[in-house]
Ligand binder design. Structure first.
Ligand code: AMP
Ligand code: TRP
Length: 323
């Protein structure tokens, strides 16, 4: 089974990204052949600053590796190392009706938020379909917000195969992350656009400070508290074991524990996850050649596959070539 997913380098990754997406990716690496790529062609629709895009792209690689992505098992690579994907995007655009892209809800949402669309933003589902189809991916793990894009990729594989009466492109299946919505410091969905995140890689001190600033109600230390509906507890249960979670719930209900103590307990489990990862990340960041070599090996393998599929696509469509 070939598993593929793309991660946009559009900002510093946070605990919501880890619990909502990265954790599942890291679990899949033990069971399947995985292709995970840093979707920098996609991010070019929003980040148009050379230094920043380079830095953010590298950061995603460092974050994944620090959190346990095993380069011996996963092909990790930059999307832009596989230019074949842009050629397939064009070819797919010729067999896809404009109406399909008009219906993309994530595009409509962005327009509703006042973003002035570029053609790249509009064509985004074509590029994403090409990302998936060029590796003949079986399974695409994503969050629910991306489901429509996967369905479009399924449709586009069908359009191509029907148009050219072939079976060249493989229909992928989505694998929805079951992760719950991770709350941020203010209780809303943790998201960089709300400024309420706990970043994955900050100093231990800053991370603790962020956690200590989680909003709570004004119950006093003595009063019993309801763990459900409290963001501190919601985050704690996503990170701690079942016994520790049950224990903290008990302390909430019993009264006599202030929110400050719950925050300290949360800060500890967060540090258990991120402390060792922070050290690994520092080591990796100090050795850029090693990281480049990991990304290069991933790209070499990905490109091998992409070339074969693109060559089949060109052959099926009657695109002449002399190389
Ligand atoms: P974004 O960069 O916000 O599109 O996030 C990338 C992926 O991370 C999403 O597809 C989600 O699967 C996951 N994610 C981001 N924020 C959260 C959150 N607060 N709770 C759960 N998952 C999240
Ligand atoms: N659009 C995805 C997101 O914003 C990232 C992505 C790009 C992707 N290409 C992909 C995900 C291919 C899965 C498969 O999260």
């Amino acid at each position: 089974m070939r598993v593929l997913s793309g991660i946009q380098p559009s900002g510093k990754l946070h605990l919501g990204n880890y619990l909502g997406a990265m954790k599942q990716h890291l679990e899949l690496q033990h069971e399947h052949e995985c292709f995970f790529f840093i979707a920098n062609y996609h991010t070019l629709t929003t980040v148009q600053d050379r230094e920043r895009l380079l830095e953010l792209s590298r950061d995603v690689a460092l974050d994944y590796l620090a959190l346990g992505l095993d380069p011996g098992k996963v092909n990790l690579f930059y999307q832009s190392d596989i230019p074949e994907v842009t050629e397939l995007t064009w070819i797919l655009s010729t067999v896809t009706g404009k109406g399909l892209l008009d219906r993309a809800t994530s595009y409509k949402d962005k327009i509703a938020r006042g973003i002035t669309p570029s053609m790249g933003l509009y064509s985004y589902p074509l590029l994403m379909a090409a990302d998936i189809l060029i590796y003949r991916s079986d399974l695409v793990p994503v969050g629910k917000d991306q489901l429509q894009h996967i369905e479009m990729a399924q449709d586009m594989a069908g359009y191509f195969n029907n148009t050219f009466r072939c079976e060249v492109l493989k229909r992928p299946e989505p694998k929805l992350n079951e992760a719950p919505v991770v709350p941020g410091l203010d209780g809303q969905k943790m998201s960089k656009s709300y400024g309420n995140t706990i970043p994955l890689f900050d100093t231990a001190k800053n991370t603790r400070k962020r956690i200590m600033s989680i909003k709570t109600d004004s119950r006093t230390v003595e009063e019993p508290k309801d763990p459900d509906g409290c963001s501190i507890f919601a985050l704690y249960r996503l990170l701690a074991g079942p016994n520790e979670t049950a224990e903290l719930a008990e302390r909430y209900r019993a009264g006599g524990m202030g929110y400050g103590d719950a925050k300290k307990a949360l800060a500890e489990v967060v540090e258990q996850l991120l402390g060792p990862a922070r050290e690994r990340r520092e080591e990796l960041a100090a050795d850029p050649a090693q990281v480049d070599s990991i990304l290069h090996s991933g790209a070499v393998r990905a490109r091998e596959v992409a070339r074969v599929v693109l060559s089949d696509v060109r052959e099926a469509a009657g695109l002449a070539g002399t190389f």
